[in-house]
Write a protein that binds this ligand. Sequence first.
Ligand code: GSH
Ligand code: FE2
Length: 419
Amino acid sequence: MFFKQLFDPTSSTYTYLIADDETHEAVLIDPVIEQLERDLKLVREHGLTLKYVLETHVHADHITASLALKQATGAQTAVSNDCNAQGYDRMLEDGNVILFGREEILVIATPGHTSGSVSYLWRDRVLTGDTLLIGGCGRTDFQNGSAEALWSSITEKLFRLDDQVLVYPGHDYKGRRVSSIGEEKQFNARLAGKSRDEFITIMNNLNLPMPSRIHEAVPANLAGGAGLAKSDGARMQVASDAAAPLRSVSAQQLAALTASGKLHILDVRTPGEFASLRIAGALNVPFERLDPAALLAQFGSDTQLYCVCQTGTRSQLAADRLRAVGFTNVVHVDGGTNAWTSADLPIVRGERSVISLERQVRIAAGLLSMLGIIAGALIHPAGYGVSALIGAGLVYAGVTNSCGMSMVLARLPWNQASA
Ligand SMILES: N[C@@H](CCC(=O)N[C@@H](CS)C(=O)NCC(=O)O)C(=O)O
Ligand SMILES: [Fe+2]
């Protein structure tokens, strides 16, 4: 039986390498980018063919080596579908089976620590990620975590496994390596002898500081993790260049990340939109006046910048322009302030209320094409040309994901902040 438990001392993360003795096909679970060379060396030395790199969840405390391992070995990467992550080859569901050689791993959805947390059952052992830790469990205060869901996952799924099943966790901060379902039922400080309500009260009052690397780890892991960069001699480095796909986070993820206090939110909507509604602490840098070079001089290239607009279109364009001048940590917020308000996250509302730029564009385009047709029919056929031009402009805007009309409207007085 080939089973190795590996440890990253900086993040106290356990990585697991499991292989089929006969075919030498292998899977690596929860690899850490800083340990890439260690893991590649093991795979090489044991003559293994890495078939899958599996994640127990989108980690908040370290960056996964999934993408780098895929690039180096051709392995397929996989994460739960409920993580809403991108850049992985296989999206896992409860009950899926991972096959390698003659071996199989069962995927058990165990949400709670995060909404996409899973455990992996292999032979006589279960790799629980941060769902069940030795003597404890993963926290539930970020990435759509839920104490209620964690209670169900542990008591209704993991604790229904045989008492003899070994528990291999995703972390241990005190040097413990392995436990069993029976031991955890009996001794786990957060669960043994506790009711569901007591567990939820404990979990909702932990008041732990955010993981120190959450602001870089979550966006990177949501995008498949770090890849290989051009090698620096024999050393592998973490890639972070403008060619990599733009990283994005959901509004809820941004809300959790703001607690770290290490990031800047750049709101690229017009001053008028910003004045009527904004995320606390956001800086208004209107897209039509965006000066990436000046921002680079102001912030420095490795500052964490989160671009937000109303729906997520202008913020992507802004993020691309910022990356083009050398910013290495730019993230865009999916769905923008619309997603933020739909998720009922705290918002600062001003007294001024301006119709959103998207609605202004729709009204202006509709009005101009209507007037063009009326003018064409009643005054001069040239009026039809105005309607045709507006139509062509809308097609161009849709195809290129840019909008000249919004640029013009953004400069009008009502879209500027009142003094
Ligand atoms: N001090 C660590 C924080 C570690 C942390 O919050 N770990 C998460 C797992 S990603 C957890 O659930 N910890 C459980 C606990 O500390 O009780 C860091 O800065 O990275
Ligand atoms: Fe975690």
